[in-house]
Design a protein around this ligand. Structure first.
Ligand code: 5RP
Length: 224
């Protein structure tokens, strides 16, 4: 299987978590694009979605799937999204597509985070993928200096603006052994909107597309 076929397999396997008549949280990126196509096949059975990016929103609307404003939906059953890296306790790096803040918001109103990935995203220690940080433009240099103090090598993602008109700094060369602590530290730097570490709100269920088929793991298994 190619990487894209593994992404597709994981995405279609996520459909079984979508409840009839529900509003579904939908993430962003190339894996989620497969999930949106899967969702299209059952669109008559769901009420609609809350999307975590303008790109996903456009794609969903083009398929005539109703997109609700996040402010009008107090709670979601499931949020389906991918990740750039995921560790054995389901902490994630996200934001390769610059949608991290909206992704965190939709994840925050969802009971379950279903993470759909291909097997290349699974790592022992987070940090080989540069850690995205969404930053208010005027704080770019200040935040970069603080990220250097935390041991990383910040690189400004030139020419990229988020859906909320902020910038992205990618932090290279971080070996993230305590994801919750680093998430808290970076989130308290003035000018940071959010860091793409999802450790305070990690995944609940992980569906991995592998060369041999899909594997499903749940946080309940981790705790027992
Ligand atoms: C976007 C994200 C994506 O989930 C992440 O970048 C994975 O993307 P892809 O499915 O294209 O590999 O966090 O901000």
């Amino acid at each position: 299987m190619t990487q894209d076929e593994m992404k597709k397999a994981a995405s279609w396997a996520a459909l079984k978590y979508v409840k009839k008549g529900s509003i579904v949280g939908v993430g962003s990126g190339s894996t989620v694009n497969h999930f949106i196509e899967a969702l299209d096949s059952i669109k008559d059975k769901i009420k609609g979605v809350v999307a975590s990016s303008e790109a996903s929103s456009q794609k969903l609307k083009s398929l005539e799937i109703e997109v609700f404003d996040c402010n009008d939906v107090p709670k979601l059953g499931v949020y389906v999204d991918s990740a750039d890296e995921i560790n054995p306790t389901y902490d994630m790096i996200k934001g390769g597509g610059a949608a991290l803040t909206r992704e965190k918001i939709v994840a925050a109103i969802s009971d379950k985070f279903i993470c759909i990935i291909d097997s290349t995203k699974v790592v022992e220690v987070l940090g080989a993928f540069p850690l995205p940080v969404e930053v208010i433009p005027m704080a770019r240099s200040y935040v970069a200096r603080q990220l250097t103090k935390l041991g990383g090598d910040p690189v400004y993602r030139e020419g990229i603006f988020t859906d909320d008109n902020n910038i992205i700094i990618d932090v290279h060369n971080m070996k993230i052994t305590n994801a919750k602590m680093l998430e808290d530290k970076i989130n308290t730097i003035p000018g940071v909107v959010t860091v793409g570490l999802f450790a305070r709100r990690s995944a609940d269920i992980v569906i991995t597309g592998t060369p041999k088929g899909t594997e499903l793991k749940s946080k309940d298994c981790l705790l027992s």
